[in-house]
Design a protein around this ligand. Structure first.
Ligand code: ADP
Length: 165
């Protein structure tokens, strides 16, 4: 089978086991995945882009088929600059659909040769988002089952000790 490179873009503020599940499953389909942290997002992040990259790098643990990068400007231009054709995105609830649909349509209009492919969340991660993790961590709730250890530790440092599962 002829595999290829996919770009998995997002805020990753911070990376969760839901993201890592999409990455693991994406590697079954694609040769290489570039995790592209958006640096021009309007959203003010809890972590800096450099911190998010460091968390992701530690979480993917030196997998040579995964590259971690950052981009600003149009995603489709970034994808083409990496000689990739596929944008990989995850879908959780129906509530993700409308937003993802709009962006995918816009990206397709901007660059016909770039396709967005969606992977459905795995059941245990259907409710999991970076925002909910930050909210729970901020309230000292247990997050160890939701994020990799590097992120747990970073959140504990931001918010003071978080509870354990
Ligand atoms: P963005 O701000 O671009 O939505 P996120 O970091 O929140 O960035 O998400 C990046 C991608 O990962 C999105 O496609 C999102 O739907 C997907 N994603 C996030 N959490 C999960 C999860 N628990 N299961 C599946 N996909 C997820």
């Amino acid at each position: 089978m002829n595999k290829q490179t996919a770009v998995y873009p997002g805020s990753f503020d911070p990376i969760t086991y839901g993201h890592l599940d999409i990455i693991d499953r994406g590697l079954e389909v694609f040769d290489n995945i570039i995790i592209a942290v958006a640096s021009n997002s309007e959203k003010k992040g809890l972590f800096t882009v450099a911190e998010r990259i460091q968390h992701i790098e530690e979480a993917v643990d030196g997998n040579s088929r995964v590259t971690v990068d950052t981009f600003d400007g149009l995603l489709v231009d970034y994808v083409v600059s990496k000689e990739a054709r596929v944008i990989l995105r995850g879908l959780r609830a129906v509530s993700d659909f409308e937003y993802e649909f709009q962006i995918a349509q816009m990206n397709h209009n901007l660059k016909r040769e770039v396709e967005t492919l969606f992977m459905m969340t795995s059941v245990p991660y259907g409710y999991l988002s970076s925002s909910i993790v930050k909210e729970v961590a901020g309230l000292q709730g247990p997050i160890d089952s939701l994020v990799p250890p590097v992120v747990s530790k970073a959140l504990a440092e931001k918010f003071g000790n978080t509870g354990k599962d």
